[in-house]
Structures are given as structure tokens and as C-alpha cells.
Design a protein around this ligand. Structure first.
Ligand SMILES: C[S@@+](CC[C@H](N)C(=O)[O-])C[C@H]1O[C@@H](n2cnc3c(N)ncnc32)[C@H](O)[C@@H]1O
Length: 292
């Protein structure tokens, strides 16, 4: 099957752009200065900025990427990880994949040495040479649409792990961060999130990630940091509110209210109900997978 025939199990480019292409200036108003759009990793003394850097460093270590020469970032957002890898570690080259045109424009403007940012679905990616490490933060949530059967969802995720296995050098690591389905059944997932915030996207269960990666990767670490996401969201909410008049003026009342509700509901889900988890998972590439 060539790539044009690959069935899209996750969110389409249109669905991703609906969420991420609201204007970089909108995201700039409430994200930290490095534009990291995923749960931070908090220690007591942290600011949002330092907790986001802590998270990036955690994944770099988890992927054993401190000395990786050639890197892949799947779902690179506004380039924070690629920038960190080249400025503070020894990465010489890297590829960042995103489906957001605004993010590509932003990262291109940063002119990070050795970094190639592509408007490309991971399903279509062809690695020109093998990578020494792969990191994917906050993108896996988009890799399965709602209403897929469990078997189809696992098969879609397994395609992702197959590709990562193919692209990685022997014995190298993948570090993954994703929101997961916590203490709820699938039909309890918020209709508001599914339609108004993250269309064509669904949350994985930890058991599905394990099944999908089995034999291809050895799982080296798993953390559930759901309270860290609640704390991150509280910061985003505070920053959004501090720009209320400007957001309403520039983007309209409806968008302001939609994002306020998104953050409030997500805080409740992570902190009080435990219906959403936040997984950070390390994987080591297996040498000879028995099941492909
Ligand atoms: C929540 S953002 C996270 C960005 C960044 N990793 C961070 O932590 O700031 C999700 C990213 O995943 C990307 N993405 C979603 N689905 C994708 C796909 N199928 N292929 C490539 N990138 C994808 C989006 O374009 C976006 O850049």
C-alpha cells in the first residue's frame, strides 16, 4: 500500500488546523514564553516557564537523547523541544512534524540550526536516515478518531509504534507524553471537548498503548502526572483571564468563553474526577520484534 492509500485513523489536517491555527498571537497570550502547549512537570519552586523546561528535559533524558545527533519530534508544536535540543544538548539535526501551518511558519522563523519542520502527518513520514531518539509530546491524543472500535484504535496506534520502530536506530528510545482516558468509560468523554475543542480526536487507554507497542518496544517507565496538568491549566486559565478584554476584542466573546470553559472542565477532569490521566512513557526499541 503506498502512502496515498493509508487510511487516516486520527484527526485530519483540517481538524488539527481548526484547533491550532487560531493565530499564533492567541496562543502567545496564555502559553509560557517558549510556547509549550502540553502539561508541564512541576517542582514546588517552579514557574510555568521553568516547569515546562523541566518537562522538556525530562523527555530528553527519558529518550536518552542527551547526546543524540539526529532527532525526530512528532507533533513539534511551536518548536520548544527542538530548540532546547539544539541549544542545550548536542543535537546536530532534527525533524519536527506538525499539521499546523501556523506552527510551521513560527518554527521556520526561529531559524533553529539543523532543524527541518514539516507540515506532514506522521503516517506519511519517510525518514531519510535513522533517528537516534524520538519524542512525541501531546500529539498522540489526535492519533485516533472517536467511534473507532477498540481493535481499530489499537491497530492505528500500532502503526505509529511500527513506524517509530522502523525509523529508530537499534537500541534507541522513544519518549511519549499523552493525555489518557482515566476513570471513565468512553461514552463519558466530554461532548464539548470532542466537538468544540479537539474534533476527530480521542483519548487512548494505557492498556491500548501497551498492547499497541508490545514486542516492538520495551516499556522502560510510566508516570501518571494528572495533577501536573491541572496545575498547568490553572496557569493558562489565569493568563487567559488576565487578557480577557483584549481576547474578546480581537477574537470575540465566543472564543474567550469556549477556552475558559475548556480549561475549567479540563482542570476538573484531571484534578477532581480523575477522568483524564497524563502519561509520560519511556520505550526502548526491541531488536527483533516477534510480532509485526
Ligand atoms: C498539543 S500540541 C503539542 C505541541 C508540542 N509537542 C508541545 O508540547 O508544545 C500537538 C501537536 O501535535 C501535532 N499533530 C497532531 N496530529 C498529528 C499528526 N497526525 N502528525 C503530525 N503532527 C500531528 C499538532 O500539529 C501539534 O503540533
Amino acid at each position: 500500500m503506498d502512502n496515498s492509500e493509508v487510511e487516516l485513523k486520527g484527526a485530519s489536517q483540517d481538524a488539527i488546523q481548526y484547533h491550532y491555527d487560531k493565530g499564533n498571537n492567541f496562543y502567545k497570550l496564555w502559553l509560557d514564553e517558549n510556547m509549550v502547549y502540553s502539561s508541564a512537570l512541576w517542582e514546588e519552586e517552579d514557574t510555568l516557564e521553568s516547569a515546562q523546561i523541566r518537562k522538556l528535559d525530562y523527555h530528553i533524558q527519558n529518550a536518552h537523547a542527551q547526546n543524540a545527533k539526529h532527532m525526530l519530534d512528532i507533533g513539534c508544536g511551536w518548536g520548544s523541544l527542538l530548540e532546547r535540543l539544539t541549544s542545550h544538548y548536542n543535537a546536530e539535526s532534527g525533524v519536527g512534524l506538525t499539521l499546523s501551518q501556523e506552527q510551521v511558519n513560527w518554527v521556520d522563523n526561529l531559524q533553529i540550526p539543523g532543524i527541518d519542520t514539516r507540515l506532514e502527518n506522521w503516517q506519511d513520514h519517510q525518514a531519510e536516515k535513522k533517528y537516534d531518539a524520538i519524542i512525541s509530546i501531546g500529539a498522540f491524543e489526535h492519533f485516533a478518531k472517536q467511534d473507532l472500535s477498540e481493535a481499530d484504535r489499537i491497530e492505528g496506534y500500532r502503526d505509529f509504534f511500527r513506524k517509530c520502530h522502523e525509523w529508530l536506530n537499534d537500541g534507541c528510545y522513544l519518549s511519549l507524553q499523552t493525555i489518557g482516558c482515566g476513570n471513565m468509560t468512553r461514552d463519558q468523554f466530554s461532548e464539548f471537548f470532542a466537538t468544540e475543542i479537539f474534533p476527530e480526536s480521542d483519548l487512548p487507554r494505557l492498556s491500548e498503548i501497551c498492547a499497541a507497542s508490545e514486542h516492538l518496544f520495551e516499556i522502560t517507565s510510566v508516570r501518571n502526572d494528572r495533577l501536573h496538568y491541572a496545575k498547568t491549566l490553572k496557569q493558562w486559565l489565569k493568563r487567559l483571564r488576565s487578557h480577557k478584554a483584549m481576547v474578546i476584542d480581537t477574537y470575540g466573546l465566543e472564543l474567550y468563553k469556549r477556552y475558559e470553559k475548556y480549561f475549567q472542565l479540563a482542570i476538573l477532569s484531571f484534578e477532581h474526577f480523575g477522568t483524564m490521566d497524563l502519561y509520560r512513557i519511556g520505550f526502548r526499541r526491541n531488536k527483533e520484534p516477534k510480532v509485526l
